[in-house]
Design a protein. Sequence first.
Length: 284
Amino acid sequence: MTAPRPDEGRTAAHTEGVLPSGQFWQAWTLQTPVAVVVLVHGLHEHGGRYRHVAERLTAAGYAVYVVDHPGHGRSPGTRGNLASMAVTVGGVDALARLAGERHPGVPLFVYGHSLGGLIALQYLTGTPDARIRGAVISAPALDTGAATGVQRRLAPVLSRLLPDLGVLTLDADTISRDPEVVRDYRTDPLNYTGKVRARTGAEMMRAAVAMPQRLTSLTMPLLVLHGGADRLVPPAASELVPAHASSPDVIRKVYDGLYHEPHNEPERDEVLGDVISWLDAHRG
């Protein structure tokens, strides 16, 4: 039996702020949440795209915080350029600590999607906040097979000399089978719709290559989600998490036929229901 949710069904308060780094953050908060979820968004998008996820979580009693990465959404920087993985992880860490201070005495969880899944894993295998109880990792960007050997050798050079150079085009049609989601993505002025920047690509590749070894230090509970028809990040990429993590509690769930963003598919209610059930089981 799960603990009661004193705020369940109440309207969440929406707040906004800026971290010392200048990064924009927003939150959907409750007076007495059962836990806090720190969302980590993906490449070329922003935290506002997760409003419906936050609303579903707050309806279940969870406060939700999300920060726009450098060069994304309403945070400063060249559009689409992460600057560095260390700086990006630092933003997530600062937000997690802020959320923990604003809600003392409740557990924290991290929920990262795609690039956000990779960033979340980078954070969790470093020095995360001690109050974090577990993480939801959705379609983590752990696949390095799309880059050729030449591209892998050139990536550090281009990152240093031409950090803003566009090197790879992503197809928005692959994010969801819901045409409205794709249309909204393409027309959202806070999304970056250009090619992947050389610096961003190099930082992602370097982190992904090193992640299997880093995962051996991860012992917290994990829920790994992936769309079975994901064409941006192959489902096999998320197999690396249960294969290398040292946690005795790792659940990996693949949704047949779903595209890259399970939380934005027609089956989103089922997916978010699974997330909430997992959170409920691990917050106590």
